[in-house]
Design a protein around this ligand. Structure first.
Ligand code: SAM
Length: 335
């Protein structure tokens, strides 16, 4: 665990992308851990959130498949020794998958230092949440698009506010037994649900969680809600964010919010070379690279065949590029 924190800290402290790319090249050459896996074990969602691409019927038609349980040990063998962080559920809903505990068991077996999951949590019952923590999940992120029942159920179509609160209540008890287990709430804000953050703790004060992350809406697809402007966020920023920060500080909750500067620079995104080198997306339809074959390849054998080391070396001297894959943009701003 401490190695991950050191690397994450280094990543924040080191501003030069050349030095970051050099670090990645060295970690790669010495067969160390440096990749982050974003794993959607099932391509479906029980919700149709209005801000999300799952509200688009055309998108939903393309999203199908479950990762074969028999392939999980192969996946682990092929990748997990090189993985720094495993994120289960990023573009779809992981609670629809029956073998999450098996994924976590394998991740622990291969000593992945940080295992997290992102979910709307409505399908998890109390036993499921206890089991996730017991099997070694380090962090669960719960998605939230409204403070009140009315706005939660409006923006998170098919969602039940009561079920969300039940999950928070269970996680509050889980945290008593597993204090290192982190609970994070990811609140996606738009012009119409931003101001209600002022009364966040009127609703959520009884529950214990570690991090509240406020993330402005992004255009990630043909979503039903399509106001992507951040104007209202900028206008009410001081009133809403400063109160929220203060409320969080009083409760010992880490509050992660965009800075005013982030809101001004709507299009500022991570450097593509670093994201591409460390980002590994896995789903029932796609494993890392288009031509990667889980029955034959491993991360090491594929990297060797395709001269990945040489490409990582060239990145040290390349010019900055911006990423254009919406999945990567979405995932990379979660943390
Ligand atoms: C697409 S969801 C999939 C994971 C899971 N089903 C869930 O609800 O957490 C991943 C994250 O993206 C957030 N999200 C949804 N629509 C978004 C948008 N338009 N802009 C930014 N984030 C969004 C969700 O709140 C969630 O935290």
């Amino acid at each position: 665990m401490s190695r991950v924190y050191t690397l994450l800290k280094l990543n924040r402290v080191v501003k030069s992308r050349r030095i970051k790319n050099l670090g990645i090249f060295i970690l790669h050459s010495f067969r160390q851990r440096y990749i982050a896996i974003f794993f959607d074990p099932v391509l479906a969602c029980n919700f149709r959130c209005k801000m999300c691409y799952f509200s688009d019927p055309e998108y939903r038609k393309k999203m199908k498949g479950k990762f074969e349980q028999d392939d999980l040990p192969k996946l682990a063998k092929a990748f997990f020794k090189r993985v720094l962080k495993l994120q289960i559920g990023c573009g779809a809903e992981p609670s629809l998958y029956a073998h999450n505990n098996e994924i976590i068991r394998l991740a622990k077996q291969y000593r992945i230092p940080y295992i997290s999951m992102t979910s709307n949590a409505n399908l998890f019952n109390s036993r499921d949440l206890w089991e996730l923590a017991a099997s070694g999940l380090d962090e669960i992120t719960l998605s939230l698009h409204g403070v009140t029942k009315e706005s939660y159920e409006y923006f998170m179509t098919n969602g039940s506010y009561e079920k969300f609160l039940n999950a928070l209540e269970t996680l509050t008890a889980v945290k008593e037994k597993y204090p290192a287990f982190k609970v994070r709430i990811n609140y996606t804000v738009n012009n119409d649900n931003f101001k209600e953050l002022i009364s966040f703790f009127d609703c959520f004060a009884p529950y214990k969680f570690d991090i509240l992350q406020i993330r402005p809406i992004q255009e990630i697809g043909n979503s039903e809600y399509n106001i992507f402007s951040w104007n209202a966020l900028r206008d009410a920023y001081d009133d809403v964010i400063s109160k929220l920060r203060q409320d969080c500080a009083e409760r010992g909750i880490v509050c992660i919010t965009p800075s005013k500067n982030d809101l001004e620079n709507h299009d500022e995104v991570s450097d593509a070379s670093i994201v591409e080198s460390t980002y590994c997306y896995i789903s029932p339809q796609y494993i890392w690279k288009k031509d990667f074959n889980i029955q034959e390849d491993t991360f090491n054998s594929y990297s060797k065949k395709h001269h990945l080391g040489r490409r990582l070396f060239k990145n040290i001297f390349s010019k900055k590029r911006q990423i254009n894959d919406r999945r990567q943009k979405l995932n990379y701003t979660i943390d």
